[in-house]
Design a binder for this molecule. Structure first.
Ligand code: HEC
Ligand code: HEC
Length: 286
């Protein structure tokens, strides 16, 4: 059984404690933002997870009542400050072409509605799967004549949050077939590969042990429907790849770089494990 070996490895490393499986950490509470936007935080698992998971849960369900509550009102949610900053940037010209995002995309409430729900997404012209970050930098460099932003820089993550917000309450629905399939398969392989001194895969924690206690924390399914995530711990918005990096590090492994083909593939795969959950960005976690 995985439980025993996981416990042994974790205790040997003397860094994590896996408590007696506190069954079903998930809450019965509903996530309703601003008293009006109902967010789906649990859903039947997508078909490709057949045999692995029956139900998928947002990370929100595993947080404490106090943390959950912060996400229920945009005035309390500190992530919204970064969204407001990004809104200013959206309207500000930058680069040799003298254009802003708004020059081509007008109001993000219309032009970006539903976009986050289907990313990462295959781009036909570039013949690659693109994350939102990649697409934003493509617009900056090729259409605005501006410099690329750092993959997990504050400005980039804030812009991703502004765009993601326009899909809040819409179900994640990334495509995993057709031209995206080989990238998805690569991501799946990474998800199930054990790494580091602890020899743990993403699945060992987020599929086999969600709901259990680890470092005084409830382990979730590691879904990314809430990203970018405002973490109370570091008081900033966190990008998907920053979280991947942290989790890989926790297994004592060398990690891939944010924006690397490996993390892009992993993001597509992890996003697809959440197909059916609603986008809830910017979410709040501890
Ligand atoms: C000069 C016009 C122009 C500017 C300025 C511009 N974009 Fe774009 N953007 C485009 C075009 C054209 C596409 C479609 C490209 C494609 O499909 O390859 C696009 C696509 C996108 C998409 C993907 C939409 C989808 O449905 O998949 C996002 C996200 C995006 N842009 C964000 C931004 C942001 C953020 C900025 C400002 C930092 C920006 N763009 C600036 C022209 C522009
Ligand atoms: C040693 C156990 C462990 C492993 C292995 C691990 N994680 Fe995590 N992960 C955690 C813990 C603990 C948290 C914080 C609590 C939570 O949200 O589950 C977390 C959080 C996350 C979150 C944030 C979820 C949210 O709703 O905010 C994502 C996404 C994630 N992990 C993805 C991954 C991926 C992808 C891998 C494999 C590369 C991985 N994790 C490997 C322990 C692990």
């Amino acid at each position: 059984m995985m439980t025993t070996s996981l416990k042994t490895m974790i205790c040997t490393a003397a860094m994590l404690t896996l408590g007696a499986g506190a069954a079903a950490a998930q809450t019965d509470e509903k996530l309703v933002v601003n008293g009006e936007t109902e967010i789906t935080t649990q859903a039947p698992a997508p078909a490709h997870l057949d045999g692995a998971l029956d139900t998928i849960y947002s990370g929100w369900e595993f947080r404490s009542p106090a943390t959950r509550e912060v996400q229920m009102d945009d005035f309390d949610n500190p992530g919204m400050i970064f969204v407001d900053q990004a809104r200013q940037v959206w309207n500000t010209a930058d680069g040799s072409e003298g254009k802003s995002c708004a020059s081509c995309h007008d109001d993000p409430a219309q032009s970006m509605k539903g976009v986050r729900a289907v990313y990462p997404k295959w781009n036909e012209d570039a013949q690659e799967v693109r994350t939102l970050e990649m697409q934003i930098n493509d617009c900056r460099t090729n259409r605005m004549g501006a410099e690329a932003w750092g993959y997990t820089d504050k400005g980039m993550t804030s812009m991703v949050a502004l765009i993601s917000l326009q899909s809040r309450g819409m179900p994640v629905n990334v495509a995993i077939d057709g031209p995206a399939q080989s990238t998805w398969e690569k991501g799946k392989e990474l998800y199930y590969t054990r790494t580091g001194q602890l020899e743990l895969s993403c699945a060992n924690c987020h599929e086999d042990h969600y709901g259990d206690m680890i470092r005084a924390d409830h382990l979730s399914q590691g879904q990314i429907n809430g990203f970018p995530v405002y973490r109370l711990k570091n008081a900033k918005l966190n990008a998907v790849h920053s979280r991947f990096k942290g989790c890989v590090r926790d297994t004592r492994a060398e990690t891939y770089k944010p924006g690397s083909p490996e993390f892009v593939a992993l993001e597509l795969y992890v996003a697809s494990r959440g197909n059916g959950l609603d986008v809830e960005a910017p979410s709040v976690r501890n």
